[in-house]
Design a protein around this ligand. Structure first.
Ligand SMILES: [Zn+2]
Length: 196
């Protein structure tokens, strides 16, 4: 009799814990995935493969303090140097920081990450994504704070980096995607903006 009561208590505790843990995780931990599609025309015009820049506010914030980001150079397109890419990405972060009055992000060197993973490492890299998708950004949050973000560019497309002068849209070369332009859009998601 005593034994049965004891076992019942243990069972109750196990059931209680089992019920509690997954619920708590589901409530406070989230993954947001932003998929950016290429324009149907496949040509670079003012409104084609330029990404939308109109956002509304999402439901998460950056963690307090500085956020480090890394670039996986082993995955980069061959037509661009690592230094070229680093500068383009840095300018994208500056654009977002300028809009937020202060430094939020810091370049932290080379990453080895080649798969979007919640590993506490914010990485930017290239992967062969499915056709029509220009970039995908993964944002993991805990209690509405970003704990990890990974930006992936589609390796199937040609990427460029040309200083925009007001008329040379898409980096000045047709049928290429401008790293700075698209990275800026993706970082916008990172800080909590969502496409309108
Ligand atoms: Zn977007």
């Amino acid at each position: 009799m005593f034994k049965i009561i004891k076992i019942s208590v243990y069972l109750l505790i196990i059931v209680f814990l089992y019920g509690l843990v997954p619920k708590a995780q589901a409530k406070n931990d989230s993954l947001f995935i932003f998929v950016e599609y290429a324009a149907k025309t496949g040509k670079c015009t003012q409104s084609s493969n330029d990404q939308v820049n109109i956002y509304t506010i999402g439901k998460w914030k950056l963690k307090s303090g500085m956020t480090d980001y890394k670039i996986t150079y082993s995955s980069k397109p061959k037509n661009l140097s690592g230094e070229n890419i680093r500068i383009a990405v840095e300018k994208s972060f500056q654009t977002i920081q300028g809009a937020n009055n202060g430094e939020l992000f810091r370049y932290a060197g080379e990453s080895k990450e080649l798969k979007p993973t919640k590993d506490g490492q914010n990485s930017i890299f290239w992967l062969p994504l499915r056709g029509g998708v220009v970039a995908t950004t993964y944002i993991w949050t805990e209690n509405s704070r970003v704990v990890d973000a990974d930006i992936i560019f589609n390796r199937r497309y040609v990427w460029s980096n040309t200083e925009y002068n007001g008329s040379n849209d898409c980096g000045g070369s047709a049928k290429t995607y401008d790293i700075r332009n698209i990275a800026t859009h993706e970082i916008g998601h990172w800080i909590g903006l969502v496409d309108n």
